[in-house]
Design a protein around this ligand. Sequence first.
Ligand code: TXA
Ligand code: MG
Length: 316
Amino acid sequence: MKTLVTKSIKKAAQFIKDGEIVAFPTETVYGLGANVFDDKAIKKIFVAKKRPLDNPLIVHISNIDQIESLVKKVNDCAKKIIEKLFPGPITIVLEKNDVISELVSGGLNTIAIRMPSLELTRKFIDECGVPLAAPSANLSGSPSPTSWRHVYNDLNGRIPCILKGPECDVGIESTVVDCTKNKPVILRPGIISLEDLQKIFADVKIYKPRKLIKPKSPGMKYRHYAPKAKVILINSEEDFLKYKFEKNNSAFIGFLKLKGFKKFKRVNDLRDYARNIFNFFRKCDEEKIETIFCQRVPEFGLGLAIMNRLNKAAQS
Ligand code: TXA
Ligand code: MG
């Protein structure tokens, strides 16, 4: 299959209308979308990504009114998030209605919904005329794509179209919040933080998967975000003494000023860290780096989301 890379919203939307799948930009990471009401098209996403069938998709909307076509009821918990934080890098989970197929929900009775803040994304969804079910546009298991080139490297020849847009400003996936009860539960941390949600809700929980129990957000059980290189998390310069490694095939990302690494990214702040982490992992793999050292950050605010991705990359 030939992969068309285009800036034309119209051309890309035509593929969706024809029952095909299209990779598209958002402010978080690139997504791989299909018409949410077209099971045949949805199946193609799982094939292209080599994604396990029990891992549900996020449904992307361009207009609040579209939510009604997806869920049984919008409760107060969801209403507050929609009012205060949509459009934005946040996904809500609600009980799905019967029209939504189990392919989208991964066999669950719930559905995840997000309205991206990137205007280009919303224009694209508008042009498609339907909400788009879309996971991140990477091969399953590899780091999420933060530029159209990452998508191309993973999926060239496996999908018919990539809508070309800017590099992703956030760089990590959206915050996923379970709104099925009236108290919100964070299933996946993101740039919209626990502290941000605590400004809206008196009580916010963070879901902690317990081993042996089926996780609430199936995506959490898969190895994710992982480069091919070995990832080691460090706190300070002294930590390097614990490891045997060659600087000339190792890399570092973090706040420390260090010398001699083959690849090195000094970040300015947490936003910069989040924006660069997946791109850095991919570049390290291209350059056949063997060990990537990542500096730990304190686990609050955006730091919680960064540590969530780093821990997953290091656990393998
Ligand atoms: O920022 C994002 O969320 C990006 C862009 C493309 O929007 N999308 C993304 O999709 O990261 P994906 O498939 O890579 O991650 C979706 C996550 C998975 O962890 C999945 O298990 C969870 O959302 N999820 C989807 N539907 C769910 C549901 N009904 N209940 C609980 N978790 C759900
Ligand atoms: Mg993903």
